[in-house]
Design a protein around this ligand. Structure first.
Ligand code: TEU
Ligand code: CA
Length: 553
């Protein structure tokens, strides 16, 4: 495999609005990221992905961009961002921006011009259709946030526009070469500024199956999931190849795609050498919507990595800004402890590919347990989730309880820096409630505690980067071990060294027989040291939720 500069990197996702507020307005800002650069450097981070900070009405928290060339004043200025890029460079940290080009904001000048003259140049930047009241819509697709994808074009009773996400996020028409050129222009403008690359939002959505048509109704609302259409849409690769050619490849940028619904035979095109992207996220575990079990988790992540074996690098996560907290999702509540949190960290962190840490994950931040009222939350996706529950017959209390488990706000509550008011996130009043658990879960209490989750993440990163083991963790062959043994997650990474990652994903101890003897323990979440007799045996007893990283003889 051809070596790339980003292969051995560890990335960290910042959700700027909730990271650190320096001016007391309750909203995290770019200066807050700059202030915390040394913290991230100390943790061992090489790449920071910033969720969107461009000008935006924040209908979908910045994923609705009204000016691609400027920073929203709530986050700071372009000068602040230049400073962040420069300060990052000094510390060997690259800045990756979020690229949201499936749609823009309805407050972007392109859309405003399209509303002024739907038949003009900018009307063709969007999907605008004629419409007569009472007539059927062009298609029955359901937007990701609920309801039809069609909305009346402001100022035009006889026209509608397409939005697969929020109605304030009109879809850009990638079939139009002029639009594509504008997109490439803005990407190159940012790459020329010296950013390391992009995380690419909702990129599969840029290709629609045209002409518009109905798909199988799969809900009481008489609509059809976008996924049904995406399965039939072909040709996204032509757009993506042109995109890569006109922008990323020229800059040797690091790019990670938010890719869903890709087909097996497309994988080499997506992330193979000279693929459209450097990497793409592995969402296989996040996509499981039934109750999580260790077996489901194991199958999902192991299959995902076997699927790309020899092709390319996945980017591994346990959570992001669109998901509840990983520890709350993947570990049963009654067994959620520092030990089980560290186990989960070790499992995903040493897989092939790039580990991504989402802000707060490194201190074990958890979901909210309860809120008094829907209005304590903020995400634009909430009301649809809540209403759907009511519609299914749940009581208001049950609907709220369900929402608390799944809402994206779980990941968006402010970072818990310390146990002072508002968790040290802001001197003002935070834009979204602080998770009351900040009194016990916060960075200040962990930073000097060698047993803390924070220091475990630090140890994982230094193990990955230890020159003796780095090539093994980056390029070593991945092989699942004893997948049939229940609640055991084990795999080997074999390169210059032979390493095994072993996790006992259950509340009871279990015994495991190893393929050879252990040479030494590299990392353990229960401070395990092996005496001589254990080192001479190929059988080990694992404690509840134990994680063991060992070098094999
Ligand atoms: O998410 C795209 C996406 O595929 C959605 O289905 C996502 O799973 C969402 O959480 C559904 O509720 C990206 C961003 O990560 C997300 O924050 C944005 O809301 C979305 O695009 C629109 O830009
Ligand atoms: Ca602020």
């Amino acid at each position: 495999m051809e070596k790339k500069w980003w292969h051995n990197k560890v990335a960290y996702q910042i959700y700027p609005k909730s990271f650190y507020d320096t001016n007391g307005d309750g909203i995290g800002d770019i200066n807050g990221v700059i202030e915390k650069l040394d913290y991230l450097k100390d943790l061992g981070i090489d790449i920071i992905w910033l969720s969107p900070i461009y000008c935006s009405p924040l209908a979908d928290q910045g994923y609705d961009i009204s000016d691609y060339y400027d920073i929203d004043p709530r986050f700071g200025t372009l000068a602040d961002l230049d400073r962040l890029i420069a300060e990052g460079k000094k510390r060997g940290i690259g800045i990756v921006m979020d690229l949201v080009v499936n749609h823009c904001s309805d407050e972007h000048e392109w859309f405003k011009k399209a509303c002024e003259d739907p038949d003009g140049e900018y009307g063709k930047f969007f999907y605008i259709e004629d419409y007569k009241d009472g007539a059927p819509l062009p298609c029955n697709w359901r937007s990701y946030f609920g309801g039809s994808v069609w909305e009346k074009l402001p100022g035009h009773d006889d026209k509608i526009y397409l939005h697969v996400f929020h109605k304030k996020q009109p879809d850009l028409n990638w079939e139009n070469p002029k639009l594509r050129k504008e997109v490439y222009k803005l990407i190159n403008w940012w790459l020329d500024k010296g950013i390391a690359g992009f995380r690419i939002d909702a990129i599969i959505n840029i290709k629609k199956k045209l002409p518009f048509s109905d798909y199988l109704v799969d809900g009481d609302d008489g609509l059809s999931s976008i996924d049904n259409m995406l399965k039939e849409a072909t040709g996204v690769g032509e757009f993506l190849n042109e995109l890569a050619e006109e922008t990323f490849r020229k800059h040797d940028a690091f790019t990670v795609g938010e890719v869903f619904n890709e087909k097996d035979d497309e994988l080499p095109l997506f992330i193979g050498s000279n693929g459209y992207f450097s990497s793409m996220f592995d969402f296989s575990a996040e996509l499981i919507r039934t109750e999580m079990t260790p077996e489901l988790y194991k199958n999902a992540i192991f299959k995902a990595h076997e699927r790309v074996d020899g092709i390319g690098f996945l980017s591994n996560i346990i959570e992001n800004h669109d998901e509840p907290r990983g520890v709350s999702r993947f570990i049963p509540k009654e067994y959620l402890t520092d030990t089980s949190k560290k186990m989960l960290a070790g499992i995903y962190f040493l897989l092939p590919g790039l580990p991504f840490i989402y802000q707060g994950q490194e201190i074990g931040m958890e979901n909210l347990d309860e809120v008094k009222d829907l209005s304590d939350l903020n995400d634009c996706a909430n009301s649809n989730i809540y209403e759907t529950s009511l519609h299914e017959g749940k009581s208001e209390k049950e609907a709220l309880a369900h929402l608390i488990n799944v809402t994206r706000d779980n990941a968006r509550t402010p970072f818990q820096w310390d146990d002072s008011e508002n968790a040290g996130f802001t001197a003002g009043s935070p834009w979204l409630m602080v998770n009351p658990k900040y009194k016990s879960i916060n960075l200040a209490s962990q930073i000097n505690d060698s047993d803390s989750i924070f220091n475990f993440y630090k140890a994982l990163i230094s193990l990955r980067k230890n020159p003796e083991y780095e090539s093994t963790f980056v390029y070593g062959k991945f092989t699942p071990y004893k997948t049939e043994q229940k609640n055991l997650l084990a795999y080997s990474r074999v390169g210059e060294k032979s390493v095994m990652v072993i996790a006992n994903y259950q509340k009871d101890a279990q015994t495991l027989s190893l393929p050879s003897k252990i040479k030494k323990v590299l990392l353990s979440n229960i401070s395990k040291t092996l005496d001589n007799s254990s080192l001479n045996s190929t059988e080990i007893v694992l404690s509840p939720y134990e994680l063991l990283v060992v070098e094999m003889v």
